[in-house]
Design a protein around this ligand. Sequence first.
Ligand SMILES: NC(=O)c1ccc[n+]([C@@H]2O[C@H](COP(=O)([O-])OP(=O)(O)OC[C@H]3O[C@@H](n4cnc5c(N)ncnc54)[C@H](O)[C@@H]3O)[C@@H](O)[C@H]2O)c1
Length: 345
Amino acid sequence: MGKTVGFGVIGCGVIAPWHTQSLLSVPEARLVAVCDVVPEKADRLAADSGGVKAYYDHNHLLADPEVDAVCVCVPSGLHSAVGVDACKAGKHVLSEKPIDVTLEHIDALVAAAAVSKVNLGCIFQRRTQKLWQTVRQTIQSGKIGKLLLADAYLKYYRSQEYYDCAGWRGTWELDGGGALMNQGVHCVDLMRWICGDPVSVFARCGHFARNIEVEDTAVAVVTYASGAVGVIEGTTSVYKGMEHRLEFHGETGNILIEGARIVRWETNDGSEPPDDLYTVRGEASANPVDIGLDNHTAQIQDFARSILDGRAPLVTGEEARGSVELILGIYQSDQTGSVVHFPLT
Ligand SMILES: NC(=O)c1ccc[n+]([C@@H]2O[C@H](COP(=O)([O-])OP(=O)(O)OC[C@H]3O[C@@H](n4cnc5c(N)ncnc54)[C@H](O)[C@@H]3O)[C@@H](O)[C@H]2O)c1
């Protein structure tokens, strides 16, 4: 057997099994330990993962010499604090999305990884999908001409019980935002990855249906550096939730995606989309765990390989910062009632 990377998973809540199961199946990785501040959660996940070690303090897991890298699965506003400790212990860090919820925290984490010369990555599992890679490559290679309009409609459903079941959800401090920072961040990342950097945004946000600090609804008009404009609408209160729609219109073509299905594909070379792009998952529009395992596994495998190969991972810390910056710009515009320009200062 070739060399493998020893992993610890910090945070044993809803998303942690996607990491442990992936780590048990990726040949380049070895699941060594899990950790949660709630001992029963760590013990249960350790037992469910073949009896790996359980820790109740992440610093104890970080002191384990068998651990080379960690998956950070704690609430979003703690990603940087835990990640910086991991960097200082010389461990590579793969954070769940969003990489953190403030630019100060993210910059501290990126700097700590650079100082310790460890890899820093962030889970944006949709970037591993051939569908989104093909959409991006098609648009960026000019096959729909100059990009004019790019819209993201992210109309999801999360009940009040969802927010109430873990104290950090829906709070500014630990969730960092709502419909956009938590649920919408995946597609905001895709928009920035596909359309390029934004230059300005004007937005209106609010919590109209849920008893939470952060927004359950946001509507933003974004202008990209390429000259394209478009809207980002995000909500967690649409009845039953809908599959998200991402719509790209160029001077000579259109690409429209609903969930993970292509509903319109018109390019200037008349090409058909590859027929192996379709997936059947629900993309978590109404159920947060309806996300499949394959994309997490692909990204975790890439992260393990990036360590073994001494290269950058698929989604670096700097890359993951972009979606948080765009969302924070949307919040700032709502709070000030003004157009906000990027980069944020
Ligand atoms: N990629 C995806 O599709 C996806 C899906 C769901 C959640 N997430 C992300 O995963 C993260 C966790 O979300 P969740 O739904 O699993 O939350 P959760 O509340 O179910 O789990 C978080 C766990 O972290 C533990 N914890 C808190 N502080 C800790 C610490 N210092 N050390 C160890 N454990 C600690 C808590 O006790 C809890 O068990 C969030 O950032 C969220 O955005 C990503």
